[in-house]
Ligand binder design. Structure first.
Ligand SMILES: NC(=O)c1ccc[n+]([C@@H]2O[C@H](COP(=O)([O-])OP(=O)(O)OC[C@H]3O[C@@H](n4cnc5c(N)ncnc54)[C@H](O)[C@@H]3O)[C@@H](O)[C@H]2O)c1
Length: 428
């Protein structure tokens, strides 16, 4: 157990459900003074009696100790308890509405409750939204209710704990995220967790809200992926557990940051072909694998978005930098750039193309045949130097990661750049 250091910060935790009770008890256990607020009398009485309001391993002990040390107490009413608080953590429920939309009634009511008792507030208060809320909720729902109150700032501080191991997840976090418009408020909320073995990620308000959804969606996709590979493996007489265990042994390409950055569509000689073969075989075996079935259509959508972005520059001379399906290869098989270029040609866009590894003079073998016979209309647009493109174009499209020198040349032109790779360049 981590050592409690007496803190001078008082935290009000709104909502004493799974997230709020664990948050309140654990923050008290690391030295903060915590007041829990819930309109459910049972939860309030339970906490004040040093008991957990529901079963969660380790929670009862930590609550009992925190109440005994007088660092934790609970109340049903906000009046009178908020005056002393430096930070209010909102941990109320955000259940699904009937149509799948996020229900924000509890959040709105808590904010209105805070606003009702804070009109003449003397002490600054940071309101940190810990509930899972969609990007824009703090800006569009929370700040309009509480943003005008004296000394009140709003941040997002999403929770990542898992029920069943919630206390351990809180005290040994996998991730700590705080986002907001006010850097001091963000730092102060991150400071609440300074005793925990985790480095805070300080981000923008909407990024903090979005990260929670990205994490949960990623977990769901991982589970569905493993289950689909498992189901197909079983049907093929293969041990799916052994397959996935072995897959996870690759920490370079599989369980790593690789392929986890928004960028251009995938292509090449392997991924589309192998996905097609896998989904074809699954269909023949009557194994439903909707997640894997969706990968190629998803890739087409990414390509369609790229085409749309470039088409917004209609009427201008467009320079395409990169033709192969990725950097450092001359392989044109199933390159999404070929599809992009063909589409733009079809729409009458004025184009020139450069790829450092593809030129009519030096390319040979199947790629030369492909270029000359299958896509001669693109071959005609190929330039032998980057300058031939940058000196002519009114807008540049980066389709693969350029070398440092090429990127420098591109940026030096001052031309608008459509960055399909995810280099973080903004289209001017
Ligand atoms: N449960 C999890 O594992 C988990 C993990 C991470 C994030 N989250 C998110 O955290 C949020 C809370 O989840 P939970 O599972 O703890 O919900 P929960 O339903 O268990 O708890 C919500 C609590 O808020 C209280 N409440 C509602 N309105 C209130 C008000 N006006 N004033 C005071 N208290 C009020 C309720 O009485 C209840 O005790 C949700 O947005 C959820 O998506 C949950």
């Amino acid at each position: 157990m981590l050592q409690a250091q007496q803190s001078s910060t008082t935290v009000a935790v709104f909502g004493l459900g799974y997230v709020g009770s664990v948050t309140a008890a654990c923050l008290a256990s690391i030295g903060h003074r915590v007041i829990g607020i819930d309109n459910d009398l049972h939860k309030v009485q339970s906490l004040n009696a040093g008991k957990a309001p529901f079963f969660e391993p380790g929670l009862e002990e930590i609550i009992a100790e925190a109440v005994e040390s007088k660092r934790l107490s609970a109340s049903q009413s906000v009046a009178g308890v908020l005056d002393e608080a430096d930070v209010a953590l909102l941990c109320v429920g955000t259940p699904s509405e009937r149509n799948g939309n996020l229900g924000l009634d509890q959040l709105r009511r808590v904010c209105e409750g805070i606003a009702a008792v804070s009109a003449n507030r003397a002490k600054p208060l940071i309101i940190a939204v810990r509930s899972t809320v969609f990007p824009g909720t703090c800006d569009d729902v929370v700040i309009p209710i509480v943003g005008g109150l004296p000394g009140v700032t709003v941040v997002s501080n999403p929770e990542f704990l898992r029920e069943g191991v919630a206390v351990n997840d809180f005290l040994y976090p996998s991730l700590l995220v705080v986002g907001g418009h006010d850097a001091d408020a963000v730092a102060k909320v991150a400071g609440l967790y300074a005793a925990l073995p985790v480095e805070a990620c300080l981000v923008t308000l909407r990024t903090a809200e979005m990260i929670k959804y990205a994490c949960n969606a990623f977990h769901a996709v991982k589970i569905a992926f493993a289950n689909e590979i498992g189901a197909l493996s079983t049907e093929l007489g293969v041990n799916g557990i052994e397959v996935m265990d072995t897959l996870c042994r690759d920490n370079k390409l599989n369980t790593s940051k690789a392929y986890l950055k928004p960028g251009f569509a995938f292509g090449g000689s392997c991924l589309p072909k192998d996905l097609r073969a896998l989904t074809y075989r699954a269909n023949r075996l009557d194994v439903k694998i909707p997640l894997l079935d969706a990968a190629l259509p998803s890739n087409h959508e990414q390509l369609a978005r790229a085409i749309q972005r470039v088409m917004e520059y209609k009427g201008r001379k467009i320079g395409i930098v990169g033709l192969a399906f990725k950097e450092n290869t001359d392989d044109l098989r199933e390159s999404p750039v070929v599809t992009l270029v063909e589409h733009l040609i079809g729409k009458g866009v004025d184009l020139r193309v450069f790829d450092p590894h593809i030129s009519l003079e030096s390319i040979y073998g199947s790629n030369r045949n492909f270029l000359l016979n299958a896509i001669p209309h693109i071959g005609r647009l190929l330039q032998s130097s980057l300058e031939d493109v940058t000196g002519w174009a009114e807008c540049l499209v980066l389709t693969q990661k350029p070398s440092a020198a090429a990127l420098e040349s591109v940026l030096a032109t001052g031309l608008p750049v459509i960055d399909l790779v995810g280099l973080g360049l903004e289209a001017a």
